[in-house]
Design a protein around this ligand. Structure first.
Ligand code: UGA
Length: 318
């Protein structure tokens, strides 16, 4: 195993982490994957994701990052892709907040501490569009004022700030990628598209928070993976980059597309807007294009089709 080709992927059993690990293994990297296999959603789904990572160069460690000796793990790798997080914007209120603090802030700080004094190693942190909150700008640029509207967004912003202070004070080579509503095969079952497609395929009712006019920049998972590899090769420590598709759609437009592609009529029930949900997201990806060479490839319809096909199979719907 070549040392320069060994990476740590945290959250390797999750939606994005498993796709990233698969690509790194295919590209000849060795991967140490860590995942706590939390039951935020069905653990069987995470185990199924892990099944696609069977490889001689893959080592899996089931553990909570906060309880692991990260110093000794970080010594064995050259690059760290920190995908592990307590995800989900709308569930981050109330008692659950402690989990978000532990998983999104404390674990990130522990990793950065482990990287102190190891200046040749690089860490890429999975941040989120939710750090922006409700911006008055149509297009979100990295230097916009950051005003998250959910506790989840607050934890992701805190972690970004940790990345910056560890770089400035200790020269830890870390950067953040702000993912915009990621979709595709293996999408988390608590996310909008998963729920909408599942309801369409099973003729169930869909619940929409608000009137469906909220917009999202939906980003296909392989473009997110590509952004990680590009960031590694064109590293800009201490910086954060938007990783989106550069266009957006309303939730109602998405529902029409699902109806068209799946050939099923949808039963939609509109309810109250969810607290913590931002109204619109649209990534300006100019910086990522220029500095990282990021160039998202997947158009929304094709991506939607591949998620629908994947879900038909995984949910065993003919
Ligand atoms: C998603 C992820 O869940 C976050 O972990 C991530 O950090 C964030 O993207 C991001 O961009 O950084 P969100 O944009 O809320 O958060 O994505 P979805 O859960 O897929 O929701 C998309 C839209 O569908 C939202 O406007 C939401 O209000 C709506 N929705 C979702 C519904 O109307 N009904 C539902 O049952 C679910």
């Amino acid at each position: 195993m070549l040392k320069e080709k060994t990476c740590l992927v945290t959250g390797c059993a999750g939606f994005i982490g498993s796709h990233l690990t698969e690509k790194l293994l295919a590209d000849g990297y060795a991967v140490i994957g860590v995942d706590a296999l939390r039951d935020y959603y069905d653990v069987a789904i995470k185990k199924q994701n892990l099944n696609s990572l069977k490889h001689d160069n893959f080592e899996f460690i089931e553990a909570d990052l906060n309880e692991l000796d990260l110093g000794s793990i970080v010594k064995r790798v050259y690059h760290v892709f920190h995908e592990a997080a307590q995800a989900g914007v709308r569930n981050s209120w109330g008692q659950e907040f402690g989990i978000y603090v532990n998983d999104n802030i404390m674990a990130t700080q522990k990793l950065l501490e482990a990287l102190r004094g190891q200046k040749d190693k690089k860490m890429i942190f999975a941040s989120s569009s939710s750090v922006y909150g409700d911006s008055t700008q149509d297009e979100l640029v990295e230097k916009a004022v950051l005003n998250p509207v959910s506790p989840y967004g607050v934890t992701k912003l805190a972690a970004e700030k940790l990345v910056q202070v560890y770089w400035k004070n200790y020269g830890v080579q870390a950067l953040g990628l702000r993912y915009f509503t990621v979709f595709g095969p293996r999408q988390r079952p608590d996310m909008g598209l998963f729920k909408f497609i599942k309801a369409a395929l099973k003729n169930e009712e869909i619940e929409i928070y608000g009137d469906g006019s909220q917009k999202r920049d939906f980003t296909y998972v392989t473009d997110i993976v590509e952004a990680n590899i590009l960031a590694l090769n064109n590293f800009r420590p201490g910086e954060c980059f938007n990783i989106g598709s550069g266009s957006n759609l309303t939730v109602n437009e998405v529902l029409s597309k699902i109806e068209k592609i799946s050939g099923k009529g949808l039963a939609v029930r509109y309810t109250e807007r969810a607290k913590g949900d931002v109204i619109n997201t649209l990534a300006n990806i100019g910086n990522a294009r220029k500095q990282l060479g990021y160039d998202p490839k997947m158009n929304f319809e094709q991506g939607l089709l591949s998620q629908i096909e994947y879900m038909r199979k995984s949910l065993k719907i003919g």
